[in-house]
Design a protein. Sequence first.
Length: 185
Amino acid sequence: MDKVQLRKNIIQQLKGLSKEEHTTIEHQIHKNLFASDLWKNADTIGITISQEGIEWDTRTIIEQAWSEGKSVAIPKCLQETRAMQFYDFQSYDELEVVYYGLKEPQPHKSRLIDKNDMDLLFVPGVVFDASGYRIGFGGGYYDRFLTDFNHTTVSLVSTVQLISEVPKEKHDIAVDYLITEKDII
């Protein structure tokens, strides 16, 4: 099965979860994350603002980071070059709605963060394998960003999103850790 079909199938399965199932999985993923040394040892995290539906909630993570005195950086996608820049994030008032309803920082309301100042980077995706390879949402932004990122990467993943092997291309970069509702891979 190709990437497009795999993405479509998993999105359909995620949308098929009941609200209760989704909430239960999400709660356990958060619990496993917050108990991990990955989380405890990170001072600055890079993370997206999740969209309701198929993505796992990141607001809880952002607010937990703030409550623990961690710094939070969120990405701004530059469509012309398909690059990303991360900005210091301290308030939801700093956001604007951009294409596809994504919420991103307004650069004039924040400070640019050097990519290597982030200890822990959360990488979104739809389909994953146990080696950390992923199928994202199709823009290739993270694969470009990760080429020279030298710190820890992690993805929030339900076991529903795991398959035996993701089809890989030479530019694909695996994430270091997967946090699931059952364990950390």
